[in-house]
Design a protein around this ligand. Structure first.
Ligand code: AMP
Length: 214
């Protein structure tokens, strides 16, 4: 089974994706994280990606196509892939369609975690990350036990470079302009599963599983 998970920043895509990957044994492609890993490498490509990310802008489709190559293999499609953070605009949707045709596979469902703009903003502002081990926290929904320190390694938590007020505004704008129109495309194809993302993590997970027939 191949799935896409879509929704605004802060909708809980990563949390739900990880639960689904574990439950269904899928290969997980978290595009934002793959790009952050490349950015950390400080190569010319990494520096280019870091610059797009820190401004909250989408990286170019050429870079995305390059990253995808190593993921869209027969072996991964056999296991099933969960796409998180991709596709993010119309040209990426077309790119994915071409790749799916080449491999004679399809997307079974597109899970849309819907939350309001206000809720998205509130959750993003509360997000913190550990610069040492990469653990994620949210001061509202998933606070660290020990003030501002990482539960796992004790490092001082920081705000992601693309979670400044400016970058958040830019990212939500890009989402509304470029990603939201994809929802209608998948709705018309009859494969959209829309879920209220403001429910509890467990309730959302069960609702998704029920609709996938798993
Ligand atoms: P995310 O962690 O999904 O919020 O992504 C963080 C950042 O990575 C985005 O603001 C973009 O700069 C970049 N990014 C992630 N996925 C994509 C994509 N499919 N296309 C272009 N840029 C992306």
């Amino acid at each position: 089974m191949n799935l896409i998970i879509l929704g605004p920043q802060g909708s809980g895509k990563g949390t739900q994706a990880k639960l689904l990957v574990e439950k269904l044994g899928l290969v997980y492609l978290e595009m934002g994280e793959v790009l952050r890993e490349l950015a950390r490498k400080k190569t010319p490509l990494g520096e280019k990606i870091a610059s797009f990310q820190s401004q909250g802008k989408l990286v170019t489709d050429e870079i995305i196509a390059e990253v995808l190559k190593s993921f869209l293999t027969e072996e991964n499609f056999k296991k099933g892939i969960l796409f998180d953070g991709f596709p993010r605009n119309l040209s990426q949707t077309n790119l994915l369609e071409d790749e799916l045709k080449n491999h004679q596979v399809k997307i079974d469902k597109v899970i849309f975690l819907n939350i309001s703009f206000q809720e998205s903003l509130r959750r993003l502002k509360a997000r913190r990350i550990c610069p040492t081990c990469g653990a994620n926290y949210n001061l509202v929904t998933m606070p660290p036990k020990n003030g501002k320190l990482c539960d796992q390694c004790g490092s001082q938590l920081i705000t992601r470079s693309d979670e400044t007020d400016e970058a958040i505004k830019e990212r939500l704008g890009v989402y509304q302009k470029e990603t939201l129109p994809l929802i209608e495309i998948y709705r018309q194809k009859g494969i959209l599963l829309e879920v209220n993302g403001e429910q509890s993590v467990g309730t959302i997970h069960l609702e998704i599983l029920k609709n996938l027939g798993s």
